[in-house]
Design a protein around this ligand. Structure first.
Ligand SMILES: N[C@@H](CCC(=O)N[C@@H](CS)C(=O)NCC(=O)O)C(=O)O
Length: 208
């Protein structure tokens, strides 16, 4: 049995989708940095950053970092096709997963917690930092579309790890609204992913 620590409208949605597509047995523990509750101490013990998703695998090992979790599940459950069996396609999947987490997800951390980067800043400086991170996030999604929206790397009708993570992470900070204007075809393909029955059910449960 897997145990997933997560919260509504957070990145744990991507892992719920992946676990469901794998047909894996899992339980959800509601816990996050921003919601005090029973799971919070356990989450902090498992992941000192207190971030979700955090996944405890059946043998008790702790996995954090959404890209690592998705790759692990893809390797453990090859028939889920979360990770491609084709080497060429897999190179682009690994690149895209690292891209989303190190670029887009990291900018969202800055937008949500600017004071972590500028602890002594006044509110005006923090606002400017957030505005800059929002601009950066928009350009990161544009570049994602330019690099990965192609038949080798992008499969909206048969979503794997990359499409799932992109569907969830692009829900935040106005990314979808921006992409609708700047990259309409890529934006439309995100809508196809959102409508996959498993993905749609999880997104709805999270209030998206
Ligand atoms: N690099 C991590 C980022 C995870 C992350 O930032 N999660 C957010 C929720 S979507 C969180 O738990 N933030 C709380 C905090 O950083 O204090 C990943 O890819 O999973």
């Amino acid at each position: 049995m897997f145990t997933l620590f997560g919260a509504n409208r957070s990145g744990s949605a991507a892992i719920e989708i992946a676990l469901t597509l794998c047909g894996a047995d899992y339980q959800l523990v509601a816990a996050s940095a921003w919601e005090e509750g029973a799971g919070q101490n356990e989450l902090k013990h498992l992941n000192p950053l207190m971030q979700v998703p955090t996944l405890v695998v059946p043998d008790g090992a702790v996995l954090t970092e959404s890209a690592a979790i998705l790759i692990h599940l893809g390797l453990e459950f090859p028939s889920s096709r979360l990770m491609s069996h084709e080497a060429l396609e897999r190179t682009q999947q690994l690149r895209a997963l690292a891209y989303i987490t190190t670029n887009c997800y990291a900018s969202i951390g800055l937008i949500d917690y600017p004071e972590r980067w500028l602890p002594d800043a006044d509110p005006d400086q923090l606002d400017r930092l957030v505005a800059g991170a929002r601009r950066k996030l928009r350009s990161q999604w544009d570049v994602f579309s330019d690099v990965f929206y192609n038949p080798v790397a992008w499969h909206p009708h048969a979503p794997g790890a990359v499409e799932i993570l992109a569907s969830v992470v692009s829900q935040w900070s106005g990314a979808r609204e921006h992409l609708g204007r700047s990259r309409p075809e890529f934006y439309a393909s995100l809508g196809i992913i959102d409508r996959h029955p498993v993905i749609k059910a999880v997104l709805q449960r999270h209030g998206w």
